[in-house]
Design a protein around this ligand. Structure first.
Ligand SMILES: Cc1ncc(COP(=O)(O)O)c(C=O)c1O
Length: 317
């Protein structure tokens, strides 16, 4: 998890601002109705000294889709989006830590969908370079909302109220994350990541229609599994399957590949396959291993200005 930080700069209103100047008016819909959509992106330092951001274009496209579904105008071009992130990265990056970026479209003008205008704000936070430790998780009593109410497919900030409640619920029991079930009682996802379950040598994960975000990392895990000769199946998952699984892991841009030690007090017997996926994931992110299934864009941050991005590999798939 990213520790709470107050970085020196934020990208807002088309340029860099100081953290203290990055404020919204209390009257805007971003504040009164929590109306904003966002993306979380990760950048890694490679062993070759190059800093690369993962799947920039796919994050841009998902932000576009979230905005479209909530009738929020988003006319920023891909180049401008990328430029904003690179500009902030160049201002804040240090070589000793990686970065997580939050690109948020805050609704700053309008009322109930009339005269809506939004501002693209980019914030960036330092993250440690270590591979995440294995965690204990639980299954929450709180449920993922249905597609007809708060659709999981829209990455809206308001979707995370239930995630917050679930984390508060699990904290006294020492659970660092929680699985949210959908209204039918099947697995949807974790509070900020998708669920990977291994049974009999195959990885299973619920399809997005079970109430999970359409995850970019999950697509990468599918490619990694295929490269390792491991089966990968998207199908509904019952609650009890989690308890008798061979392995569990969470995956997402920020969660990366986090192995699960126990769920609801049930210890998972193995991490053979999820551990192999985790090792390969980090080898790729650290540019120790080339992989055609992910697009990484290089940022040159040692100068005050940013060099043209370099796509280090081909398209996904
Ligand atoms: C609720 C939720 N589910 C799943 C994910 C994983 O999505 P991605 O792999 O695109 O980061 C995230 C992370 O952004 C998330 O917040």
């Amino acid at each position: 998890m990213v520790k709470l930080q107050k970085p020196e700069f934020v990208y807002m209103n088309g340029g860099l601002r100081s953290w203290n100047d990055a404020v919204l008016h209390i009257g805007c819909e971003a504040v009164t109705r929590g109306l904003s959509v966002f993306e979380g992106l990760k950048g890694y330092w490679g062993r070759d000294g190059c800093f690369r951001i993962v799947e920039l274009r796919r994050h841009y496209e998902r932000l576009q889709r979230s905005a479209r579904l909530l009738h929020i105008p988003f006319d920023t071009s891909y180049d401008a989006y990328e430029g904003a992130i690179f500009q902030l990265a160049a201002a804040l990056l240090g070589t000793e830590r990686d970065m997580w970026f939050r690109t948020t479209l805050y609704v700053t003008e309008g009322h109930w969908g009339e005269g809506t205008a939004a501002d693209l704000v980019v914030t960036a936070y330092h993250t440690e370079k270590e591979i995440p430790e294995s965690i204990d998780i639980g299954v929450s009593t709180w449920r993922r909302s249905v597609d007809l109410a708060l659709p999981a497919r829209i990455k809206a900030s308001t979707n995370y109220q239930v995630a917050r409640l679930a984390r508060i619920e699990g904290r006294p029991r020492g659970w660092s994350d929680m699985v949210l079930l959908n209204q039918e009682g099947r697995v949807a996802e974790a509070t900020g990541a998708c669920v990977l379950m291994v049974r009999d040598g195959t990885i299973y994960t619920p399809p997005a229609t079970e109430g999970a975000l359409e995850s970019i990392t999950l697509d990468l895990v599918e490619s990694l599994a295929s490269s390792l000769g491991v089966g990968f199946v998207r199908r509904p998952i019952d609650r009890t399957e989690l308890l008798i699984a061979d392995e569990l892991a969470l995956c997402g841009t920020l969660a990366e590949i986090t192995l699960v030690r126990s769920v609801d007090g049930f210890t998972l017997p193995s991490n053979r396959i999820t551990g192999a996926i985790q090792s390969k994931y980090f080898a790729i992110m650290r540019a120790e291993e080339a992989f055609g299934g992910v697009v990484l864009s290089a940022v040159h941050s040692t100068a005050a200005t940013v060099r043209e991005p370099i796509s280090v590999s081909g398209s996904r798939g």
